[in-house]
Design a protein around this ligand. Structure first.
Ligand SMILES: Cc1cc2nc3c(=O)[nH]c(=O)nc-3n(C[C@H](O)[C@H](O)[C@H](O)COP(=O)(O)OP(=O)(O)OC[C@H]3O[C@@H](n4cnc5c(N)ncnc54)[C@H](O)[C@@H]3O)c2cc1C
Length: 425
């Protein structure tokens, strides 16, 4: 890790950035390369956020490594960036130019000696559901979050064992004395001029959309689960297989606006779900030449230059795109599913039988979960732009649903806004 606080005095820095996804990472490297000292706080054991979970990302359809690795190198090479994983902000007090931020750093139980050799893993039997893979895969209680994780270091999930003695085998197997089962949480204090909030999003809870039966039938999955199923480091090693019987999936329905633009769920449009489903249709079509994809949408939203992407998918006669709000999904035997949709203009009903259904669920802002008292939210739980003048500036999906390119621009802009607010005091 780059410099880490050791004493009890607050570490001073120009900026503290909360969230190590693409928008927070961008803010950190841009600020540091402009000569500012930065503290980056991330709650997971790795940086990269949701982008790290993707198989490919548009517009170029490249794997996450093509955008993240360069940024990780920029972080590694820059002594002005101090990053803390497994950490969360507990309190922010003060004003632009003069904030005091308290952070809780949770134990990883694996120190910097770890080389990710993996010798510890077979020495432990306790397992946990991989949250990175939405529970579709298990890992050992000591695990590497994923192979391109940054930092590339194991971590222990203590909630996966009844007693620390279950991990003794890992301690003995580690040739580098990297495992410290007695590590305790730490409270850290930082004194900073500006704060950038970039805590991103989580998927909308699909179980809340009762008529779509997610959680009831195993072959109904979400769009983020589809990213993991497509990914070579995912639960099926990149083979698109359906959950119930691991069968190759030759017909898939994508249900757009699953919970989105609906007063009972998410009243807003997440802006990227149409593009995400068109992208995922490509995953299926490229893997199985004889596959059929059905996409049900209310309005297809592929703004700006992404319209080309939409047109290309329309040229594929095995991708059928219907105007239709899905009313019901039921299981019809052998794990297959029947999707019933109503055309929102003509009222005409369409029914298709498929082997798997992907629900295009929207993005829910994490900032709404537990915002510091000095952050104002808008009606949907995103951070309101009004915060800018206070010196706590939002970036990425903290502010509004947006794609990676827009989040990157936002990260850079947030740095400038936060420094301007500090300079005006
Ligand atoms: C199915 C799907 C597919 C998509 N595909 C694409 C695509 O192909 N191309 C594209 O451009 N966009 C795509 N997107 C959108 C893309 O995921 C977002 O634009 C991107 O994740 C935004 O980055 P972010 O940094 O704002 O948020 P995130 O990626 O969510 O990162 C936020 C970070 O903050 C951390 N965090 C959260 N809470 C805290 C806290 N309290 N304290 C500290 N850290 C915290 C998180 O762990 C995470 O690391 C897709 C979205 C979906 C739903």
């Amino acid at each position: 890790m780059a410099n880490q606080q050791t004493g009890s005095d607050p570490l001073s820095a120009d900026l503290l950035i909360v969230g190590g996804g693409i928008s927070g990472i961008t803010a950190a490297v841009e600020a540091a390369e402009a000569g500012k000292t930065v503290v980056l706080i991330e709650k997971e054991p790795y940086l990269g956020g949701r982008v790290a979970q993707m198989f490919h990302y548009f517009p170029k359809l490249c794997p996450p490594s093509c955008g993240l690795e360069i940024n990780f190198r920029r972080i590694k090479d820059n002594r002005k960036i101090h990053y803390y994983t497994l950490s969360e902000v507990e309190n922010v007090s003060g004003e632009a130019g003069n904030f005091e931020v308290t952070v809780k750093k949770n134990p990883r139980y694996v120190n910097e000696n770890c080389t990710a050799c993996g010798l510890c893993e077979p020495a432990v039997t306790a397992e946990r559901d991989s949250d990175f893979d939405f529970g579709m895969k298990k890992t050992k209680a000591i695990y590497l979050p994923h192979e391109m994780a940054f930092p590339l270091r194991y971590v222990i999930d203590m909630s996966a064992v009844k007693d620390k003695s279950e991990l003794k085998g890992a301690v003995d197997a580690c040739p580098y004395e990297a495992i410290d089962l007695d590590e305790e949480p730490q409270s850290l204090k930082f004194h900073v001029a500006g704060v950038v909030w970039a805590t991103g999003w989580k998927p909308y809870d699909a179980e809340k959309i009762e008529n779509l039966n997610f959680g009831k039938y195993p072959n109904i999955i979400t769009n983020m689960m589809m990213e993991r199923i497509g990914a070579p480091n995912g639960p099926t090693e990149g083979k698109i297989l359906r959950p119930s019987d691991q069968k190759e999936v030759k017909s898939v329905a994508f249900v757009q606006c699953a919970g989105s633009r609906d007063e009972n769920h998410l009243p807003y449009c997440s802006g990227i779900c149409c593009m995400a489903s068109l992208k995922q249709a490509t995953y299926v079509r490229e893997q199985y030449e004889d596959s059929q994809v059905h996409i049900f949408f209310i309005d297809a939203r592929t703004p700006g230059r992404l319209e080309d992407f939409y047109q290309k998918r329309q040229e594929d006669e095995n991708i059928k795109i219907y105007r239709g709000k899905v009313a019901e999904i039921t299981e019809v035997g052998d794990g297959n599913l029947k999707v019933k949709a109503e055309n929102t203009v003509t009222g005409e009903m369409t029914e298709v039988e498929v082997e798997m259904v992907v629900l295009a669920t929207g993005m829910v802002p994490n900032v709404a979960d537990n915002p510091p008292a000095n952050i104002t939210l808008d009606d949907y739980g995103f951070m309101a732009p009004a915060n800018d003048s206070t010196g706590i500036v939002g970036a990425g999906v903290t502010m509004r649903p947006q794609d990676v390119a827009a989040s990157v621009q936002d990260g850079t802009g947030a740095v400038l806004k936060s420094l301007i607010a500090a300079a005006r005091r």
